[in-house]
Design a protein around this ligand. Structure first.
Ligand SMILES: NC(=O)c1ccc[n+]([C@@H]2O[C@H](COP(=O)([O-])OP(=O)(O)OC[C@H]3O[C@@H](n4cnc5c(N)ncnc54)[C@H](OP(=O)(O)O)[C@@H]3O)[C@@H](O)[C@H]2O)c1
Length: 303
């Protein structure tokens, strides 16, 4: 298959590309160019420079691809939020997605599938309400971003393209994301839950994220919105306790809301709020998680 991917240099993209490039796929990676990793096999992955906010020659590449995978987006924890950063968080998702769809519209030969990342941030802060793909959206900044991001992707349907948007949860993997941030304090006996501890974490193991993103590739009827989260979300308290147990460390030192608010401003809400999201669509389509229990997932990652 010919696959065009954005965000392939990122946390999830690097893992996905490793799997995709191990099979007989031809891959074009659109990148701003600065962060291409050495882990990537440049023999099987063609790197193409693009400005994700502008039209350009890259748009012609769509003619040659069967599948588009769109994983681009400024990391929401990269910087403390202010109006400028919020605009960048929005623009880095909406503009490239719209441009990809514009390129699809212009292409003589259209791809058959667009997989465009989304996030459980769609639901906003929902305490312990069980959230399926049918649940309503939230009304905070991130929820608004995700709603516009998904709408931009579904515009491709009018050109006969099958569209799938995984609402990705909190991805667990050793060298990055939340685990990357929690490891050091726990190792120094200073770990604990973040915020109230009562918020639900829609966690998912990186292996399942990669398999879940690839699911519509292998299942030709599968499309639409799907929660890409484990079937067993846990509270932050339970998460910290399990984390500590596996590392043989206590988990009694909570990180107060205020510390997060100082670091991330309004962005702290992303981790202080909870979503008890479940993968209803994936499970009814027969997807089997490699890691559905938190203890097994963390043991696999941390040991
Ligand atoms: N990780 C999670 O837990 C999680 C959870 C829910 C949703 N998601 C979504 O899934 C997608 C992939 O996540 P990830 O964690 O792998 O993302 P990531 O590593 O933070 O970033 C993905 C890629 O986006 C590009 N990028 C970064 N900042 C940018 C900016 N300011 N403007 C334009 N492009 C920028 C970079 O590609 P180049 O440098 O090659 O251009 C980067 O490699 C993202 O859209 C993210 O929002 C992730």
């Amino acid at each position: 298959m010919n696959i065009l991917i954005t965000g392939g240099t990122g946390f999830i993209g690097t893992h996905l590309l490793r799997t995709l490039s191990a099979s007989q796929n031809t891959i074009v990676l659109l990148t701003r160019g600065a962060s291409a990793t050495s882990a990537m096999n440049k023999a099987t992955v063609k790197h193409l420079h693009w400005d994700p906010l502008s039209r350009g020659a890259w748009m012609n590449e769509i003619n040659n691809c069967d599948i588009v995978i769109n994983l681009i987006g400024k990391n929401v924890f990269e910087q403390r939020w202010n109006e400028k950063i919020k605009q960048e968080i929005l623009n880095s998702r909406i503009i490239p997605t719209r441009l990809l769809v514009e390129a699809i519209a212009q292409a003589e030969r259209k791809p058959r599938l667009l997989i465009s990342a989304s996030a459980v941030g769609y639901y906003g802060d929902r305490n312990n309400e069980i959230l399926t793909e049918e649940s309503s959206g939230g009304n905070d900044f991130l929820a608004g971003v995700v709603q516009q991001w998904e709408t931009a992707a579904y515009d491709a349907e009018q050109y006969g393209v099958r569209v799938a948007t995984p609402r990705i949860g909190l991805v667990l993997e050793k060298n990055g994301g939340m685990i990357g941030k929690m490891l050091l304090p726990f190792r120094l006996f200073a770990g604990g839950p973040i915020g109230s501890g009562k918020q639900f974490l829609p966690w998912v193991h990186m292996d399942d994220v990669v398999r879940g993103i690839m699911f519509p590739l292998e299942n030709h009827q599968f499309h639409g919105i799907y929660n890409l989260v484990s079937p067993n979300p846990v509270s932050m308290n339970e998460f910290a306790k399990t984390f500590g147990t596996i590392l043989y460390r206590p988990s009694w030192l909570p990180v107060p809301d205020i510390a997060l608010k100082i670091l991330y401003g309004e962005g702290a809400k992303v981790i202080l709020s909870g979503q008890k999201a479940v993968p209803a669509q994936l499970q009814s389509a027969g997807f089997e998680f490699s890691f559905s229990a938190l203890h097994t997932a963390l043991k696999n990652i941390l040991e």
